[in-house]
Write a protein that binds this ligand. Structure first.
Ligand code: TYD
Length: 416
C-alpha cells in the first residue's frame, strides 16, 4: 500500500466559483509527473490521490487535490522547454504573433511572461530589444533563462508580486504564459495580479492544453499533478469575467497534442472576434459544459487503459522488447494508471540529461539516453511523447528500417 500524503489543500469545491465539484475520474495514487528519481529515493517517494472533478457552475475541469507548488517547481525541475526543435520554432512564432499583433504600444512596449522556463519565448523579445520580464519559480530553469539573456526573477507569481513589479517596472502591454496558467491552483489571485499590471489596452495572451482536444482524443495523459485545470473557452471566459475581463480572441495550436491560445483584455477594450462566439457555440455542441459528456470520457479512458495493457502484454508474451520513447510528465499518468512497469516496458529513452540514469515516477522504469535507444533498438517503442510524433517519426526512420514498430495510445491504442 502506497503512503499517501495528506494535503492541506484538499478541496471539494471549485477553485473558481466555490461550488461543489462533481467527480469524473479517479486515477488512484499518483506520483509527481516530473518526479524522476534515484533508487535511494524510492522509499520516500511522494504520492497523492489524483481525482478529476467538474464544476457545473464555472464549467472548470480541475483536480481535487494538488501537491504543494514547492514540491513540483524547485531547484531540480526536470522540464526544459528547449529540448524540442519544434517547440523552439513554436515559441519563435508565438513571439512574432505578439509583436505583430497590434496590441503592443509603438513606443517602449513592455511584456511579461509567467513561467518563462529556460527563456524559450522571451529570448525572442530580448533579441528584438523589447523590454521584458520573466517570472519563473524553478531555480535551475530560471538560471538558464538569465544565461539566455532573459531578464528573469525567481519567484511564484501572486497579487502581491504584481504590486512589486508594478512599482519597479510599470504596466504591461502583454502578459503572456504558455503551459503555465493551468498549473496555478490560486488562479483567482493570479488573475487579480495580472489585472493590476495590465495597461487599459493591454492584453493577456496565454496557451494551454485544450479540453476539446483531450476529450476528442481521449488524451487523458494531460491530467497530472501540475495540470490542476484543463481549460475551455467557456471556463476561461467565466474565470476572467469574474475579474472584469473577457475573451477577445483565440487560436487553436498543435502543441501538446492540441492547445488553445487565448487573448483576453479588460471588458470593453476590444470587440471580441467572431471566433470567440463560434468556439463557445461549438464547445456547447460538443458538450464541454455538460457533466454527462465527462462521464462518457471516463468510460473511454477505462477502455484505453484496457486496450493498452492488453496490447503490451500480448507483445511481451511473445518475447518482444518494448521501450518507452521520451520520459514525459504526461506518461507518468498513463504508466501509473495502467500499472505499466518494467514487466512490460524495458526502458524509457529521453534526451534530457537530468532525467537519464534516473527512474520513472511511481513505476520505476529506468530512463536511459537516446544513444542507448539507437544502440539497443527495441522491437516496439511506445510513443510517450505522441504529441511530437511528426518530429520523432521523421528523425527515427532508421528505427523502422531496422525492423522496429511504433505503438501509440492516442487517439486510440494501436501499432502504427
Ligand atoms: P513533452 O511532450 O513536452 O513532455 P511533457 O509531457 O513533459 O510536457 O516532451 C518533452 C519530453 O520528451 C522531454 O523529456 C524530452 C523528451 N523528448 C525526447 O526525448 N525526444 C524527442 O525527440 C522529443 C521531441 C522529446
Amino acid at each position: 500500500m502506497k503512503n499517501l500524503d495528506l494535503y492541506s489543500d484538499e478541496i471539494a469545491k471549485c477553485r473558481v466559483c466555490n461550488e461543489k465539484l462533481s467527480k469524473i475520474i479517479d486515477f488512484g495514487s499518483q506520483p509527481l509527473g516530473n518526479g524522476f528519481l534515484g533508487k535511494s529515493e524510492f522509499k520516500n517517494e511522494f504520492f497523492f490521490p489524483m481525482k478529476l472533478g467538474f464544476s457545473e457552475k464555472s464549467k472548470m475541469i480541475q483536480l481535487f487535490h494538488q501537491p504543494e507548488p514547492e514540491r513540483m517547481f524547485h531547484d531540480e525541475y526536470a522540464f526544459f522547454s528547449s529540448t524540442s526543435k519544434y517547440m523552439s520554432k513554436h515559441f519563435e512564432d508565438f513571439s512574432e504573433f505578439v509583436i505583430s499583433s497590434g496590441y503592443l504600444e509603438f513606443k517602449n512596449p513592455f511584456v511579461i511572461e509567467l513561467g518563462c522556463n529556460d527563456g524559450i519565448l522571451l529570448k525572442n523579445f530580448a533579441l528584438a530589444g523589447i523590454k521584458h520580464l520573466g517570472i519563473e519559480p524553478s531555480v535551475n530553469v530560471a538560471k538558464e533563462a538569465n544565461k539566455n539573456g532573459v531578464n528573469t526573477i525567481n519567484e511564484f507569481f501572486s497579487e502581491e508580486l504584481a504590486k512589486r513589479i508594478l512599482n519597479q517596472y510599470g504596466k504591461v502591454d502583454a502578459f503572456m504564459a504558455a503551459n503555465v496558467m493551468c498549473h496555478l491552483p490560486k488562479i483567482s489571485d493570479v488573475v487579480r495580479g495580472i489585472k493590476i499590471l495590465l495597461k487599459d489596452k493591454g492584453v493577456v495572451i496565454f496557451e494551454d492544453p485544450y479540453l476539446g482536444d483531450v476529450i476528442k482524443k481521449t488524451s487523458y495523459d494531460q491530467i497530472y499533478d501540475e495540470h490542476v485545470f484543463l481549460f475551455s473557452a467557456i471556463s476561461v471566459n467565466y474565470l476572467f469575467n469574474l475579474h472584469g475581463m473577457e475573451l477577445i480572441d483565440l487560436y487553436p495550436q498543435k502543441t501538446h497534442g492540441g492547445s488553445m491560445r487565448y487573448v483576453l483584455s479588460k471588458k470593453g477594450a476590444y470587440k471580441p472576434s467572431e471566433r470567440v462566439f463560434e468556439t463557445i457555440k461549438n464547445e456547447k455542441i460538443l458538450g464541454l459544459d455538460n457533466l454527462e459528456k465527462f462521464f462518457e470520457f471516463s468510460k473511454k479512458v477505462e477502455k484505453s487503459k484496457h486496450n493498452l495493457i492488453t496490447l503490451l502484454q500480448e507483445l511481451k508474451d511473445t518475447g518482444k522488447v518494448i521501450a518507452g520513447y521520451a520520459a514525459t510528465s504526461k506518461s507518468t499518468t498513463v504508466l501509473n494508471y495502467c500499472g505499466i512497469g518494467q514487466n512490460l516496458i524495458d526502458y524509457i529513452c529521453d534526451t534530457t540529461p537530468i532525467k537519464q540514469g534516473k527512474y520513472s515516477p511511481g513505476m520505476h522504469i529506468p530512463v536511459v539516453s537516446h544513444n542507448y535507444f539507437i544502440n539497443n533498438p527495441p522491437d516496439f517503442a511506445l510513443l510517450l511523447a505522441w504529441n511530437h510524433s511528426e518530429e520523432i517519426l521523421e528523425k527515427e526512420k532508421n528505427f523502422i528500417n531496422r525492423g522496429g514498430s511504433w505503438i501509440t495510445h492516442v487517439p486510440e491504442v494501436k501499432i502504427i
